[in-house]
Structures are given as C-alpha cells and as structure tokens.
Design a protein. Structure first.
Lengths: 536, 123
C-alpha cells in the first residue's frame, strides 16, 4: 500500500492506484486508445457494456468490434479529427442503443488527445456517462413547460405573475395586448404604477399586498382599471420551498361587456318598472272614469225614472194630504175618525219620504276628489253622527293609525257614507253597545286573505282601510249578499228606505274603493272600506 | 180677502186645495188646470198670489211664470212653485227655482199657509 506524503503530490504508485480504482468502480465508460483507435485500456463498466468478462479482453480491439460499422465510423472520425487538430470534444450528447434490449439511451461524451511525458501524441482517451434518466426528465419538463406556455398564451383571460415587490415576472399575450404593449420585455420588471392610472394602480397594489402578506388568495375581485372598463381578477400567492411568499400569480377576465349588458338590463328593468307603474296608474284612472261613466249613464236613467215616479206618486199624495188637511178641520161623531186620519197622514209621510230619498239617490253626483287625511274625515263623520250615537248611549272607540298615506277622496261624500254606516250600526245596537272605528294601511300581496276580492287593488298597491265594528245584532248570513241592493232593508217597516247602503256603495265605487260587510265572530257586524293610497 | 190663483193640471188637487184654503182662512181661490191659460187667468182675475205647478202638459209652469212676469201689469204678483219632482233636500240654496220660491208636494196645510202669508207680505 503506497503511502501518501502529507501535503505533497502523490507518487507514481499512488497515481496508478487511483486510476485503477476509478477504472474499476466508476459507472462511467472510460477508455484509452492508441493512434490507430485501438483500445489500450477500458473501465470495467465499459467492458460490461461491451459484454466482456474482463476489461483486458478489449485490448487491441476497435469500436468496429463492438458497434455497428456506421457508429464505429463516427467514433473513428471523431478521434482522427481530435488527433489532427489536437482539440478535444467536450460534452457531446450521443444517442446510443442498449446492448441488452436495444432501447435508446443517451450519453454525454468528452474525448481528448492523449500525449506522453514529452508531449508526443500517442492516442486519445474519452469518458461517457449515461444521462438517459436526466434526458427523460428534461424532456418531460420540457413538454410540461410547453403545455403550460400554450395554455397561458392561448386563453383569452389575462394571466400574469409578480415577484414579492409587485414587479411583473410573467405575462401572457392577452395581458400584454391589454396593457397596450407588444412584447413581454415591455412589461417585465414594471409595476402597476408604471402601467395604470394612480387610483386603479393603488387599488390593485393593495390587493397584491393582501395576498403576499396573508398568504391567502383574493378571488373574483371586481376591478376597474379605467373608466367603463371592468375586470374580474383572482390572485394566488406563490410559495418557495420554505413556505415564504415569493410572489403571486393572477388570472383576470375582461367582463366589461357583461357589465355593460347587466347595466343595460338593469336600466331596461327600471324603465319597465316605471312603465308598469304608469300603466297601473292609468289603469286605475281608467277604471275610475269607466265607473263614473257607467254610473253617470245609469244615474241618468234612474234620475228620469225617479222624476217620473215622483211626479206620478207625489201628486196623488198631495191630493190625499190636502184632503186630510180639509177633514182635520171638521168635527165627527165617530171618535175613531181622528185616529184613522192620523194613520193615513203617517202613510202619506212615509210614501213621501221614500220618493224623496229616491230623488236624492238619483241626483247627479259630482266628485271633487283631493288628497285627504282619512283620520280627519272619520273624526268629522263621528262628530256628525254624535247625536244619533249619544242618544242611544253608544260608546265610541277610535283606533286610528297615525301617519296614514293620503287618499284622493271627496271628503263630503265619504263623510256622508260614514255617517250612513255609523247610523246603521247605531240602529243595529239599539240602546247601549260599542262602536269601534279603526284605520290602517296595508300592502296588497295578492296572497290569501290579504287580496281584495274584486281585484280592484293590484298586488303591491298600498291600501288604506277603515273598519267599523259594532256590537249589534249582526246581519243574517242569507242577507249578506243583498245588503247593497236598492230597497233591501232589514229594518222594521217605516224605519229605513233600503237606499242607505246602496248610496254608500255608490260613493265608495265612485272612489275606485271597495266596501265589504260581514259579521264578527264575537257578534255584531263589521264593515270594511278600502281605498288606494295616493302614490305621489 | 186675498185672491189666490192656483195653476195645476191635477184637477183633484186644485179642487181640494181650494176647499181647504178657503175653509181655513180668508182666501178666495181660483183654479186653472191648463198652463197655457195661466196668463189669461191672471189678467182676468188679478190675484194677490199665484201657486204654480211646474210639470204640466201644453205649457209648463216655468214658461207660464215667465209669460206672467213679462206682463208689466202682472209682474208684481208673487208666484210660488209647487212641484212633485224636487225634494226639499236637493233644492238649490235659498229654496228657490229660477228666482221663484217653491214648495215640494205633498205640502202640509200649515207650511202652505205660512209660505202664502210670507210671500203676500214680502212679494
């Protein structure tokens, strides 16, 4: 075993030992050849490759003994050129074929001229390393990179990456075009502050900071890089092997067109809503006008009829009345005659009252509607009905909701209608009882009980309600459907003309409102008046 | 004694009116049942007051009253309309029709006399 002097050059024995160790154990193919390209010495790994049991078996042989003539020729030529030019071949990548199964392998080869101690050329030597695995990995990486680049450059979305300082490190073609540049070099190294107006640059940079500092992505952020331009951007942090954020990648989509379409849609929607409201308003007015026209036409007929009836009935009544006045001045033997005359007089008065109310009913009704506070009208009507209610000792409970919307009403007419209803309630209660008057506002939903039965109120409309609740006898179920018919009355003969509710309903109809009458579960009747609230 | 001319196409009414008024007070009542002859009757009788129905065939009470008013000899005679087609409630303010006071049929004797006396005193 040769010794190694400390710190000095190895002696020739040691050098030989090193060379043999390398030739024996290196996985690389190492050879030495003479000027005729005959092997002088090869490594054990190369001997194995050539299928030899021992490296010494290669002595004196050439590449033509181990390779195809074509390949051997290439090597032969390489070596001849090296010897002629004294120039080595360094890191030449060669494709070879595995001897055992013929699969392709890749080797990295370097060849140099071989000189003796005096510098005379005595041959060549070379070393080859199997780099098939590296080459395969490189190819795989290459195709992966190629795929990624193809995706990045061909998606219509903008893709870019930035370093920790917010400098662009990668941009796809769409992003470069979007930035108004023509090549990656125009953008790389720049920041948003070099490319965008200050306001949008500041906003984008703030998002960059959030991503980098939190290590969390910012997803689907709506950005406006310029007035009227809209992007939807997601930014994702990029980590190094230590988990430190080294930058970010981002994908951004130009949604300006969608945004414009959405805005147009919203505007169209708003226009539609406005048109709908106008139409609804017009519809309501048309309905009111139609009702008034129908009412006017009807009332013209009824008026003529009433005038005719009045003339034909009142004249005979006048004759009977005058006859009674004449007889009342006489003396009779029969003591019953004055009683008989008084009964006839009462009958004349009753008949006269009916005709008079018929004339009132058929009188042309002109409406003077103005925005009114319903509570005020209710209170006025209660004052007008005070006599009737007070005389019967009826307690009045007011449950009036404050801040009601105004309603377009003819205050006098509605007061007349309410006084009629209060008077009916009073008569139904006789002596004592409680009259509750309630006001409120509802929104028509079109669902269930909330919807008005006539369809006069449209879903969404605000409706002001007046409820009149009494503790009287109520109305027989069978009569509920007839209470608005002219001359229908439940009162004792001579107490009512049967026109009060008819007139009331006409008044409510002329307002485009609604009247409902029912019985309360706890006894007594309930009348509900509904009106459209003022919309402006 | 005051002379009252009553113009009404209802003969039964004028007859009973005449009987009742004459019995109850110091009145002479003249009946006329045709509106077309109202002016003629007024010129002939020169009444202190005329009770005039409105709805009548031929000439109605309104035209008959206007005809009498145009005659300067008769213009000062008070005229009261009696009508079956206007209820007291629907009457225009002041209880007058076309400037004339009116009574609605059927009218009681007391109301009738009160109206006659008032219009005789303040024509």
């Amino acid at each position: 075993m040769p010794s190694l002097p400390p710190g000095g050059a190895p002696d020739p024995d040691s050098e030989r030992l090193f060379l043999h160790a390398m030739l024996d154990s290196s996985p690389d193919h190492i050879y030495f050849k003479d000027t005729q390209s005959r092997f002088l010495c090869i490594s054990r790994a190369l001997a194995r490759y050539f299928g030899l049991a021992d490296p010494s078996e290669a002595l004196g042989k050439t590449d033509f003994d181990f390779h195809s003539p074509e390949k051997a020729e290439i090597r032969f030529e390489d070596e001849r050129r090296i010897m002629e030019t004294h120039t080595p071949i360094v890191d030449k990548v060669e494709r070879q074929t595995a001897r055992e199964d013929g699969h392709p392998i890749w080797v990295l080869t370097s060849k140099s001229p071989l000189c003796d101690c005096q510098g005379r050329l005595v041959g060549t030597f070379g070393i080859s390393r199997d780099i098939t695995m590296l080459k395969t990995m490189e190819d795989a990486l290459g195709s992966e990179r190629n795929l990624l680049r193809t995706v990045i450059d061909n998606v219509p979305d903008f893709i870019f990456a930035k370093d920790a300082d917010g400098r662009y490190t990668l941009n796809n073609e769409a992003h470069i075009r979007f930035l108004g540049k023509s090549s990656p070099e125009d953008v790389e190294g720049k920041t948003v502050f070099d490319l965008f107006p200050p306001e949008s640059a500041k906003a984008a940079h703030a998002d960059d900071r959030i991503v980098m500092e939190s290590g969390q992505p910012v997803l689907d952020r709506l950005e406006s890089p310029a007035p009227g331009r809209w992007l939807l951007t997601s930014k994702i942090p990029v980590f190094d092997v230590h988990g430190t954020v080294t930058g970010l990648v981002a994908i951004s989509r130009d949604i300006t067109e969608q945004k414009q379409a959405q805005e147009q849609l919203e505007k169209a929607n708003a226009d539609l809503r406005q048109s709908r409201e106008k139409l609804l308003h017009a519809l309501e007015e048309l309905r009111a006008v139609q009702l008034q026209l129908v009412e006017a036409e009807k009332m013209k007929l009824v008026g003529r009829l009433a005038a005719g009836v009045a003339h034909e009935v009142k004249n005979p009544l006048a004759i009977i009345g005058m006859g009674l006045d004449y007889l009342n001045g006489q003396k009779f033997d029969d003591p019953n005659v004055p009683v008989v005359l008084a009964e006839i007089g009462n009958a004349v008065q009753r008949a006269d009252r009916v005709v008079r109310e018929l004339l009132d009913f058929s009188a042309p009704k002109k409406m003077g509607r103005a925005p009114e506070d319903v509570n005020r009208i209710v209170r006025n009507a209660l004052v007008l009905a005070r006599g009737d209610l007070g005389a019967r000792k009826i307690a009045v409970v007011e449950e009036l909701t404050s801040d009601l919307p105004l309603v377009r009403l003819d205050a006098m007419k509605i007061e007349q209608a309410l006084v009629n209803l209060f008077s009916n309630a009073a008569q139904a209660m006789g002596a004592g009882g409680r009259l509750t008057v309630r006001t409120g506002c509802r929104q028509v939903t079109g669902i269930g009980e909330n919807v008005a039965h006539s369809g006069r109120f449209l879903p969404g409309a605000r409706v002001v309600a007046i409820e009149i609740l009494d503790t009287g006898t109520g109305i027989p179920e069978a009569d509920l459907g007839r209470v608005f018919e002219p001359f229908f009355t439940t009162k004792p003969t001579g107490k009512g003309t049967g026109l009060g509710l008819t007139v009331t309903k006409t008044i409510i109809d002329l307002h485009g409102g609604e009247i409902e009458i029912g019985n309360r579960p706890e006894g007594g009747a309930c009348v509900t008046l509904l009106f459209n609230a003022e919309t402006h | 004694m005051k002379k009252i001319l009553i113009v009404d196409d209802e003969a039964g009414f004028t007859r009973l009116m005449k009987l009742t008024l004459q019995k109850s007070g110091d009145y002479e009542v003249i009946e006329e049942n045709d509106g077309a002859r109202a002016w003629e009757a007024a010129r002939r009788e020169r009444p202190d007051l005329i009770l005039m129905d409105i709805v009548m065939p031929n000439v109605d009470g309104g035209d008959a009253a206007a005809q009498i008013r145009k005659d300067s000899d008769l213009a000062a005679i008070p005229i009261v309309f009696l009508t079956a087609i206007v209820s007291q409630k629907e009457a225009p303010p002041g209880g007058r029709i076309g400037g004339f006071p009116f009574l609605s049929k059927p009218v009681g004797l007391d109301a009738l006399k009160a109206c006659i006396e008032e219009n005789l005193a303040h024509p």
